[in-house]
Design a protein around this ligand. Structure first.
Ligand SMILES: Nc1nc2c(c(=O)[nH]1)N[C@H]1C(S)=C(S)[C@@H](COP(=O)(O)O)O[C@H]1N2
Ligand SMILES: [Mo]
Length: 196
């Protein structure tokens, strides 16, 4: 699978295997934001997980004391760009959800600034999603979601809420901001779940 056939003018088999249908590679890092970049002060910042019974909260210091992981992953934007092998550092949602109990199966991610996006809980667990504070070994740029953003790299990148503030458990898969505006409820790039 990871065998690379690369020659003069040839194509990389590995690259082709990693590029979902309809996507084009980029080497820069485009910024896509529906509104202005919110100013988020880490002294005031908190991350919350809200269930039907409890609110779990982490201050910036508490969050930084959690076990962190380095994540290398491909990302795919619905506007047709993909970026391979991006490097992030943050806390796995498996860690954040360790002591969280809920009967609900769906999550709405809410951001500072008001953005929302919905994801089924089982697509955030088992090493599929992180709240990250670093990109390429540096603190995450505010325009890319700093101080902290969600990444859910196996889904189109609009599911990766920048400036994430809370993860709210929901009984149904209610649509978030882009999902209410015509984007697919699920967003798998390999199935081209772009719009609906
Ligand atoms: N809070 C918030 N998160 C967001 C967005 C946004 O507008 N606001 N845009 C989404 C979209 S459509 C994409 S493609 C990615 C872009 O992330 P980037 O600007 O770091 O490339 O962020 C996603 N997360
Ligand atoms: Mo996007």
């Amino acid at each position: 699978m990871s065998f690379i056939t690369r020659g003069f003018g040839g194509r990389s088999r590995e690259r082709d295997d990693r590029l979902p249908p309809g996507q084009t590679l980029v080497h820069d890092f485009p910024v896509l934001s529906a509104g202005p970049t919110p100013e988020v002060d880490t002294a005031e910042w908190e991350l919350r997980i809200v269930t039907e019974g409890a609110t779990h909260r982490w201050s910036w210091d508490e969050f930084n004391a959690l076990p962190h992981e380095d994540v290398s992953t491909d990302i795919h934007c619905v506007t047709h760009w993909s970026k391979l092998g991006t490097s992030w550092r943050g806390v796995s949602l498996d860690t954040l959800f360790e002591n969280v109990e809920s009967q609900f199966d769906f999550v709405m991610a809410h951001s500072y600034g008001g953005y929302t996006t919905n994801v089924p809980l089982d697509e955030l667990l088992n090493g599929q999603a992180w709240v990250v504070t670093e990109f390429d070994g540096e603190p995450l740029d505010p325009e890319h979601g700093g101080p902290a953003r969600l990444i859910v790299p196996h889904l189109y990148f609009w599911k990766s809420a920048k400036w994430v503030r809370s993860l709210v458990m929901m009984p149904r898969d209610d649509p978030g901001f882009w999902e209410q505006n015509g984007y697919h409820i699920h967003g798998d790039p390999w199935q081209e779940e772009r719009y609906w």
